[in-house]
Write a protein that binds this ligand. Structure first.
Ligand SMILES: [Mn+2]
Length: 287
């Protein structure tokens, strides 16, 4: 199966299957067109794949080897430099094509800045959007661009999709007011707990799309990210929430965005790679 606008890259090292036979389909979106502080998200997909080479595919606490699961890696999307809207459209078209051929596939999108999440969300049309992010991303526009990374949750809410945002410690008064007006629930990083997560996510309609902006984690774990913020979540807090979601809700797609490293061994990419393996492992327990 060939996709328009994709090209080969370094792939995950374990045995892969074609996208038509896969449960999990990885695609990279190396886009950093609207990054406002620290550039480098264009290297995110490659750095995350490189970081996976350091990890055992056996997930110790699950007793499951993800290398035995049907995983495809369709490479990276040829992004349109500086065009977040156009790039998200390409992502959407590729995921739509994938779902036509393999309706059971779970797309896993590796960013790239957070603006690219609009692509898989438009393709998959989830009922709810659950996101871990240091930022609300509810701005109407940023730097005159409706498709800036700081606006992605706003664009998604405009599609009529329910939202819950966790680990937040940055936003504007306007964003808070918009969230209030649209009943978008969010939990500040200081107030985050597993119980708070379950309480807000439990009533959300299915299927759910899960997005992790890597900047949700404590800064020490993710120093290379587009808009770093001190005071984030611990690794296992996010994994426990992810496990609850996998066990209790139908998940239609997943992404990891805003990894902005520049060299092999990047700490942020290592955090993202471990998160990727846990997502696949947690989902794989059901297969
Ligand atoms: Mn963010």
């Amino acid at each position: 199966m060939e996709f328009l606008h994709t090209y080969d890259t370094l792939k995950l090292e374990f045995p892969l299957v074609g996208p038509e036979n896969a449960k999990f389909v990885i695609l990279g979106v190396p886009f950093d067109g609207t990054t406002s502080y620290k550039p480098g998200t264009r290297f995110g997909p490659t750095l995350i794949r490189q970081a996976t080479l350091n990890l055992e595919s056996y997930i110790l606490d699950y007793g499951i080897d993800i290398a035995e699961l049907p995983i495809a890696d369709i490479g990276d999307i040829a992004v349109i430099a500086g065009d977040a809207k156009g790039t998200a459209k390409r992502v959407r078209e590729i995921i739509e094509e994938l779902k036509r051929t393999n309706p059971d596939a779970i797309p896993i999108t590796l960013g790239g800045e957070h603006s690219i999440t609009l692509g898989p969300v438009e393709a998959l049309k989830p009922a709810s959007y659950v996101v871990f992010d240091a930022h609300l991303d509810l701005r109407d526009q940023y730097e005159d661009n409706l498709y800036n990374h700081a606006c992605v949750a706003r664009r998604i809410s405009e599609l009529g999709i329910r939202e819950a945002i966790f680990g937040v410690r940055s936003g504007t008064r306007e964003e808070v007011e918009y969230a209030e007006e649209k009943s978008i629930t969010w939990v500040h990083a200081r107030d985050y707990s597993f119980d708070a997560f379950v309480e807000l996510v439990k009533p959300l309609p299915e299927p759910v799309y899960l997005s992790v902006d890597i900047d949700v984690f404590d800064l020490s774990m993710v120093p290379s990210t587009g808009t770093p913020e001190a005071g984030g979540l611990r690794f296992w807090e996010v994994i426990e929430a992810l496990e609850w979601l996998v066990e209790n809700k139908k998940i239609t797609g997943f992404d990891i965005t805003e990894v902005a490293g520049t060299e092999l061994g990047d700490v942020t990419a290592l955090t993202a790679a471990k998160l990727l393996f846990y997502f696949i492992g947690a989902m794989g327990r059901d297969i």
